[in-house]
Write a protein that binds this ligand. Structure first.
Ligand code: GUN
Length: 281
């Protein structure tokens, strides 16, 4: 039987700590969220980010754009936010509608305001294990949950399933920075069961509902489930089959109330960090 890591509770503590910092400031840190199009999941995520920001004493402003907005309009908006001294964090909610060049827009965000950590400069700093990097919030959420287990990461076999810009790549980099032996698996990987049998740490971020069953996991592994899917009955579930995996893992995160609320808390922690960097620049 494993210990269930309660991401919701840990996230609440992080929000409280941020609030106790922001209360001391004359003006609140400000986060601007750019949402383009009408992706339903994005609308829910963005709403939750704004609600949590308010709880933590961070001003969140949502800017919404139609899916057929000209890319130059978005570019001009980003430039204006980059130059606005009262804006400390800028995020562009992903995915963008197909007509937009996400790489070009993400590269345009001032790296000091890039609280998503998607700018190539921040990705490069993370690769160099430079503490000045903004690390993507979901990756930071995974690392914070691993820290809460108290286990020593050095030398552990870590398997990251998924290679996205948002989770897989940065989390693999952060695990490597902690001296894990890291394997990245993805949709073309052959022999995933073998890799799972040898993994002390599993970070599942492949977007396949309940794909990883208890009998595929090494006994005592730490399992962090980043997936947010619907099962055949329409209920929220992760990439891991929680019911069977919880009897094999030493620590496991649930879905919901696992990585999801932690991601929002770490985004706001990044926003507080950005505010402090800009104030002391
Ligand atoms: N879409 C899904 N997760 C994220 C995230 O962490 N940041 C942004 N900007 N978009 C996302």
């Amino acid at each position: 039987m494993s210990i269930v890591l309660n991401g919701k509770e840990i996230a609440e503590d992080i929000l409280k700590n941020i609030k106790s910092e922001t209360e001391k400031f004359k003006s609140a840190p400000k986060l601007v969220i750019i949402l383009v199009g009408d992706n339903e999941a994005s609308q829910i995520y963005v709403r939750n980010k704004c609600l949590a920001a308010n709880k933590a004493g961070i001003e969140a402003k949502l800017l919404t754009f139609n899916a057929n907005t000209a890319p130059e309009v978005l570019s001009a908006q980003i430039e204006q936010l980059n130059a606005d001294q009262n804006v400390h964090g800028i995020i562009i909610q992903l995915p963008l509608p197909p007509a937009f060049d996400a790489d070009a827009l993400l590269s345009q965000v001032n790296p000091l305001k890039d609280v998503d950590g998607f700018h190539p400069l921040n990705a490069g700093l993370l690769q160099n294990n430079n503490p000045a990097a903004f690390a993507p919030a979901t990756a930071r959420a995974v690392m914070t949950l691993l820290e809460k287990t108290g286990i020593n990461l050095s030398g552990k076999n870590a398997l990251v399933i998924g290679r996205s810009r948002i989770v897989g790549k940065p989390v693999a980099q952060m695990l490597l920075n902690k001296n894990c032996t890291v394997t990245i698996a993805h949709s073309k990987t052959l022999g995933l069961p073998y890799l799972l049998q040898n993994a002390d740490i599993v970070v599942a971020a492949c977007g396949q509902p309940k794909m990883i069953k208890g009998n595929m996991i090494k006994k005592g592994a730490v399992v962090i489930d980043v997936g947010i899917n619907r099962d055949s009955e329409g209920k929220l579930c992760g990439d891991v089959d929680f019911e069977t995996a919880k009897d094999v893992a030493s620590f496991i995160t649930p879905v919901p109330k696992g990585v999801g609320p932690m991601t929002i808390a770490l985004l706001l922690q990044n926003t507080l960090d950005a505010y402090l960097k800009q104030k002391h620049a």
